[in-house]
Design a protein around this ligand. Structure first.
Ligand code: KIV
Ligand code: ZN
Length: 554
């Protein structure tokens, strides 16, 4: 039998819901964010964070602007207990930040969690038990009533312990673990049993957190589950509805986004989606998704490098290069047509208008990136990228007619070397092929020594000395303009028929350091040749560019 057999699996059950409202809604504001990096994220590491790493992560989360942070599972881990004590004893919790701890619905562990938090000003006590059929039947071997009793007792112990610490402002949170795999009527029933104990209202803030403990369906089914829950739970007006999605199918962010449409107002997740198995919902991706739609994400994500540095130092994990929004490669274009479009849009983008740049959903500078990595050139690239890099890094604006030719030069080189060519490499190729092609710098090549250019009305007369091998040759000619005069001189000297097809010149830089760059394309006895030159003088540069082109003649 083939072990790869889809008959082994069943589709996720759908929820009987009519006239669902969520598909007609749009997200208009950021949810209440909760970081679970120091719990879900930390629990999933090969080497869990030590005190120093937790402190680093905590500092990052606070600086990013998280107002609710789950700081650990202090009843199960001494390291988490010590960290919670450090936060409280060393007065590390800012006034506007609320810490949260997780605990199972077990009396001893609930007691210990409250002890860990003694002296805290405000805290969210997050209690959970598993409620799905598989958990009920195969793990706990209990029916619905038995599982509801666990949840109810957990709620009672939380309420009782909280009463022992009246100086603390306690917020209660309950998670029906495995919610996404649970019959929806039972999920509502078990949460109502908890809320009946807690009596949510002005005196007692309560959060019901719906976890996609294992992501088992498309995000629309999760949204249906959340909408059903939100519209059927008895205490809806007195609770905050939260979601906590995991990424088993790669849809954790989408599930949380649709859950917001379906009625959730709070979202738990981690930086870069760290967490058990495929991880938790990635807060950075979801927040950047909002940002790119013109919605304030209410988190400061402007320093991507620093965030990635601290994340890696504390978790030992790296951010993959194609990770949404923050990956090293996500603002990089190698494709020629993409590069061309980006270059054109960046040229036209105005400071005071909405962002309109093809292939770049946001301005990379917003998260502390520059345009360095936006355009990179390899054998897949075209004229746009090559032109962009020469302009950005060397101030050389290739005329359109030269862009295609230069791109072919670069492509050949990249095909040969098999990889990327950076802008210094592109400049070297430009120099070699157009300014002074050392590969053809043979004895027949000419070099400008000196010249005199006189004007007589419209006519220009040129007298010029060129070095040719070990000799110096003299050329004379006249025409309308310096270039025409030089072409005339060359024709007399060489006997060749020369026509200038394209000539372009522009300044590089400003003031006393300014230089000129010239590009020329000519037909010499029917052969097409191109050349370029850079010089401080705007006439000299044209002569040098033409000589460079002649030097390409076979
Ligand atoms: O994924 C999950 O179900 C959890 C709960 C404990 C909230 O982490
Ligand atoms: Zn989780």
């Amino acid at each position: 039998m083939n072990p790869f057999d889809h008959h082994k699996y069943r589709p996720a059950a759908s929820v009987a819901i009519e006239n669902r409202a969520w598909p007609n809604r749009v997200i208009e504001k950021a949810p209440r964010w909760v970081s679970v990096d120091l719990r879900d994220g930390n629990q999933a590491l090969i080497e869990p964070m030590n005190m120093h790493k937790k402190q680093q992560m905590w500092g990052l989360l606070v600086n990013m602007g998280f107002k609710e942070i789950e700081v650990g599972f202090p009843s199960a881990s001494q390291a988490d207990y010590d960290f919670v004590r450090w936060l409280i004893d060393e007065a590390q919790i800012p006034e506007d930040v609320t810490v949260q701890v997780l605990m199972p619905a077990r009396e001893d562990l609930i007691k210990r969690s409250f002890e860990a938090l003694s002296g805290v000003q405000r805290a969210i006590m997050h209690v959970y038990n598993s409620v799905s059929p598989v958990q009920r039947e195969r793990v706990f071997k209990l029916g619905r009533e038995g599982i509801t009793a666990i949840a109810r007792h957990g709620a009672e112990w939380v309420k009782r312990e909280a009463a022992k610490y009246p100086d603390t402002e306690w917020v209660f949170e309950y998670s029906p673990e495995s919610f996404s795999s649970t019959e929806i009527d039972y999920a509502v029933e078990v949460c109502e049993a908890v809320l009946d104990v807690w009596q949510p209202g002005a005196d007692q803030a309560c959060i019901i957190n719906l976890p996609g403990t294992v992501e088992i369906s498309t995000p629309n089914l999760f949204a249906d589950q959340v909408e059903y829950f939100s519209t059927h739970i008895k205490w809806r007006d007195h609770i905050t509805l939260s979601v906590h999605t995991h990424n088993d199918r790669g849809g954790a962010v989408a599930s949380s986004e649709l859950a917001l449409l379906a009625g959730a107002e709070r979202v738990e997740g981690t930086l870069f989606g760290n967490g058990e198995r495929t991880g938790n919902m990635d807060v950075i991706t979801m927040a950047m998704n909002l940002y790119s739609q013109g919605i304030d994400p209410e988190l400061d994500l402007s320093n991507s490098e620093e965030m990635m540095r601290i994340y890696s130092a504390s978790t030992g994990l790296t951010v993959p290069p194609r990770h949404p929004w923050f990956g090293e490669m996500v603002y990089t274009a190698f494709s020629g047509s993409h590069q061309d479009a980006i270059r054109k849009c960046l040229h036209q983008q105005q400071q005071d208008e909405a962002w309109q740049v093809a292939y770049l959903p946001i301005d990379p500078r917003d998260i502390g990136r520059d345009y360095e990595a936006v355009i990179r050139v390899n054998s897949q690239s075209g004229k746009g990228g090559v032109a962009f890099l020469l302009e950005r890094d060397y101030g050389i604006v290739l005329p359109r007619w030269l862009q295609v030719e230069m791109a072919q030069v670069v492509q050949r080189e990249s095909d040969n070397s098999g990889g990327e060519i950076d802008s210094a490499g592109i400049y070297k190729l430009f120099e070699k092929h157009y300014i002074h092609d050392t590969s053809v710098m043979r004895s027949h090549c000419h070099q400008l020594q000196d010249y005199q250019l006189q004007r007589n009305g419209a006519a220009h007369i040129v007298d010029m000395h060129l070095k040719h091998g070990n000799e110096t040759v003299t050329l004379n000619g006249s025409g309308e303009g310096g270039i025409a005069a030089f072409v005339d001189a060359w024709q007399r000297y060489s006997g060749q028929n020369v026509q200038v097809i394209h000539y372009d010149e522009h300044a590089i830089g400003r003031g006393t350091d300014a230089k000129a760059v010239a590009f020329v394309r000519m037909s010499v006895d029917g052969e097409h040749i191109s050349g370029a030159a850079i010089d401080a003088d705007s006439v000299t540069v044209s002569f040098k560019a033409i000589i460079s082109a002649f030097n390409h003649l076979r």
